[in-house]
Design a protein around this ligand. Structure first.
Ligand SMILES: [Zn+2]
Length: 335
């Protein structure tokens, strides 16, 4: 991204092994993320910035110290590099690894090849080479599915719970899928977009709420005997959506927040009297990858349906435009 709104596909030098813990992968597919729209819209700075942090592909080369990942493996990786061995990784928070770095800022996987540091910690091989129809779902696991799943876990979605999902982007839809898999009794998707509502219902939503802000909060309370939801997922990251999530949560309930929230200000007094749990941040996708890959492999979940536009990598700029204008939920780029 040369500057906000200016995406170009250009030749870069081929990545190579630098550290003995690196792997070089040839990507099979990549995609455009909602968070890529922050620099696209000028909210985050962009100055000749490499782009992309979601990826699946085949390992081409490994460093001398790589043990678990082999040349020829088909792999899924997280959008945060992690060693998967430090205390924080062992506790399940790989996105806060002592060796963490963001793929988006340092590698840029909207590309044909990528060098992945800490390959043994970051990459998870699939059981075999996947059938082509599984590739979109495996790619979704790299971020949106893993992030939606973490949001649902952070919100403590589960049996007998009502889960409200604020946000109908790819992550919000994946959070609906996750809440369903985790056994939630009732799942309220907050969306006013007919096609996204349809997908939310397919993924397990039981109710759709079109109201937003204070009206959205009132509607959630109305649907929950005035109590609010036990579990609320915040998958947008704006001031309104954040306060909507906090307001929709019953006392003692849990908010799982995964929308990147620039400049959101939560008034301390509102937080104090809400009496709720807040848990979120950059999702430790790596924690969930083995389980998610298996669910996809066994065809128990189909997260790949969030990709509603497929373009060749050369047309990445059109993919950004389509997502920016909300003509596409999520764009898959073929390589
Ligand atoms: Zn670590």
């Amino acid at each position: 991204m040369h500057t906000a709104g200016d995406v170009r596909v250009e030749d870069r030098e081929d990545p190579r092994i630098i550290e003995p813990t690196d792997a070089v992968i040839r990507l099979t597919a990549t995609c455009v993320c909602g968070s890529d729209l922050w620099p696209y819209r000028g909210i985050e700075p962009a100055d000749h910035q490499v782009m992309g942090h979601e990826y699946v592909g085949v390992v081409e080369e490994i460093g001398a110290d790589v043990r678990k990942v082999k040349v020829g493996d088909f792999v899924v990786g997280s959008f945060v590099i992690s060693d998967n061995t430090c205390e924080i990784c062992q506790a399940g928070y790989q996105s806060k690894c002592v060796h963490a770095s963001f793929v988006a800022q340092t590698i840029g996987t909207q590309s044909e090849k990528a060098r992945i540091p800490y390959a043994d910690g970051t990459l998870v091989p699939t059981p075999r080479q996947p059938d082509p129809e599984l590739v979109p779902s495996l790619l979704a696991a790299s971020d949106v599915l893993g992030t939606g799943w973490f949001a649902a876990v952070a919100a403590e979605a589960g049996p007998s719970k009502t889960v409200a999902v604020v946000g109908d982007g790819a992550v919000g839809l994946m959070a609906v899928l996750a809440a369903k898999q985790l056994g939630a009794e009732r799942i309220i998707a907050m969306s006013r977009h007919p096609e996204r509502q349809k997908l939310a219902l397919e993924y397990g939503a039981t109710d759709i709420v079109t109201e937003r802000g204070d009206e959205g909060v009132a509607k959630i309370k109305e649907l929950t005997n005035g109590l609010g939801a036990q579990s609320v997922i915040e998958a947008v990251g704006t001031q309104e959506s954040t306060m909507q999530a906090i307001g929709a949560t019953r006392g003692g309930g849990h908010v799982g927040y995964v929308g990147v929230n620039y400049d959101v200000k939560i008034p301390g007094i509102d937080l104090f009297f809400a009496g709720i749990h807040l848990h979120g941040g950059p999702a430790p996708v790596r924690r969930f990858l083995p389980e998610l890959i298996q669910l996809i492999w066994d065809r128990k979940i189909d997260p790949g349906k969030v990709f509603d536009l497929t373009l060749p990598l050369e047309q990445a700029a059109e993919g950004y435009k389509a997502m920016d204008e909300r003509r596409a939920i999520k764009v898959l780029l073929t390589i």
